[in-house]
Ligand binder design. Structure first.
Ligand SMILES: Cc1cc2nc3c(=O)[nH]c(=O)nc-3n(C[C@H](O)[C@H](O)[C@H](O)COP(=O)(O)OP(=O)(O)OC[C@H]3O[C@@H](n4cnc5c(N)ncnc54)[C@H](O)[C@@H]3O)c2cc1C
Length: 390
């Protein structure tokens, strides 16, 4: 409706290298990702070749150590890369975030030998990862998971079913939380399981409301045997590792949410400046101008919040509370902004001729993954008001 280009996002980046990196990402997003997003999401096609390109371009290991093939980038830069990818296509931004989450246990808790052996292929060798915490009967209450790993000589034998696994069935490696001890959070251990392990199989992907290009599937473990060399961290440390990974992962979700919201705002502004009613562009009407102003303000506030949390993380300071706040605020913002974008496009917004209806469907999942927004509020309240007394 309008040939008005979206205003570039004004970013605060710490180095010239980071500015070059963001330019490269924008170019890949513009050239390789955005043009196919609508068609491939409609067809439910996962763009594996994009992940290969991102890996070859050094973009799948950005926040990790360059000694193992990572990019040595601070979180504040990595997250802005995710934001740009998610603006082009959420399936890609979220996929990179999940891959980074899947590599965390090895990068943060693996032994030197494990890191030398397994990290380079994950950070820059074209592998794709998955993170396996949720199960059919344990979502928010993840510490009640039932997948079991039993020691057998120098190996572990894993049995059980993981649910809702992003990249389930197509991943090259799975970071799996399994029960090795008694009930509760202290009986859980983390394992790095290869995608081609005998006995590991992905179910048919779920039929979802949105993000149809991103496969989400149950993963079955049927006597899957891994050597003890694939145990990450100590026995019983798995749940602490999983939660620590999620603190960082939630920042990835927050950044993706802001990227998606930005895409919706850009579409809404382009449409509103081109569409005329009552002899004026609809962007002249105060009712819509105020909506646009609120959308832009919430996006900037979300970006500032996730960056503030990222800078705490980069400084080695505690950031779990701020990560939960960023996930909560940014994903609620994405839901609100994408819904408002549909409203601004009127009837056209409700059709697949424009991407905003897809953005609205995609936004919903961000309020659910990596801890629902109710769980984020519980985390925040515990930091602010202390633990519940019961
Ligand atoms: C597309 C998609 C991709 C996903 N990818 C992954 C993945 O890669 N790896 C992975 O491990 N998991 C993944 N998940 C799972 C996701 O993390 C869970 O869906 C989420 O944690 C919620 O669990 P649940 O669906 O079992 O809901 P439940 O835990 O059953 O919750 C149902 C409702 O009850 C609310 N609720 C639960 N407990 C409380 C409480 N104490 N107080 C207030 N409200 C509460 C919840 O907020 C929610 O509204 C994915 C999910 C989706 C939809």
């Amino acid at each position: 409706m309008s040939d008005r280009d979206p205003q570039p996002v004004e970013r605060q980046l710490p180095t010239e290298e980071a500015r070059d990196l963001l330019s490269l990402v924008r170019e890949i997003a513009h050239r390789e990702i955005a043009p196919k997003a609508a068609e491939e999401e409609d067809a439910g096609r996962f763009p594996r070749e994009v992940f290969t390109l991102l890996s070859e371009s050094g973009l799948l290991g950005l926040p990790y150590d360059s000694e193992y093939g990572g990019g040595d980038q601070p979180y504040e830069v990595y997250l802005q890369v995710l934001e740009e990818l998610a603006t082009a296509r959420l399936t890609v931004g979220l996929g990179v975030s999940v891959h980074t989450l899947a590599g965390y246990a090895l990068a943060a808790y693996g032994t030197k030998e494990q890191q030398v052996e397994y990290l380079p292929a994950i950070l820059g060798g074209g592998l794709l990862g998955a993170y396996c915490l949720s199960e059919p009967a344990s979502g928010s209450d993840a510490a009640s998971l039932r997948t079991r790993a039993v020691r057998d000589g120098d190996s572990w034998v894993i049995n059980g079913t993981k649910a809702w696994i992003t990249h389930g069935g197509i991943a090259d490696f799975y970071t799996v939380m399994a029960r090795t001890g008694g009930e509760g959070s202290h009986g859980i251990t983390a394992f790095l399981v290869p995608g081609d392990a005998e006995g590991l199989s992905g179910a048919m992907p779920e039929k979802k409301m949105g993000m149809k290009g991103s496969p989400t599937a149950q993963v079955h473990f049927d006597d899957v045997r891994v050597l003890d060399d694939r145990r990450l961290g100590e026995e019983g440390q798995g749940f602490a590792i999983a939660l620590s990974a999620l603190d960082s992962g939630r920042l990835g979700i927050a950044a993706c949410a802001i990227g998606l919201a930005q895409a919706a705002l850009d579409e809404a502004v382009a449409y509103a400046t081109g569409r005329r009613q009552f002899g004026h562009p609809i962007s002249d009407f105060q009712g819509l101008r105020f909506m646009i102003a609120d959308m832009a303000t919430q996006i900037e506030a979300g970006r500032a919040l996730y960056l503030a949390a990222a800078r705490l993380r980069d400084a080695g300071r505690p950031f779990a509370k701020q990560a939960a706040m960023a996930k909560l605020h940014c994903t609620d913002t994405a839901m609100k902004v994408t819904t408002d974008a549909v409203q601004i496009l009127g009837g056209y917004g409700y059709t697949a001729d424009f991407p905003v209806e897809r953005f609205m469907r995609e936004a919903k999942v961000l309020q659910i993954v990596e801890g629902t927004n109710q769980i984020q509020r519980m985390v925040i309240a515990r930091h602010v008001a202390g633990p519940e007394s019961r």
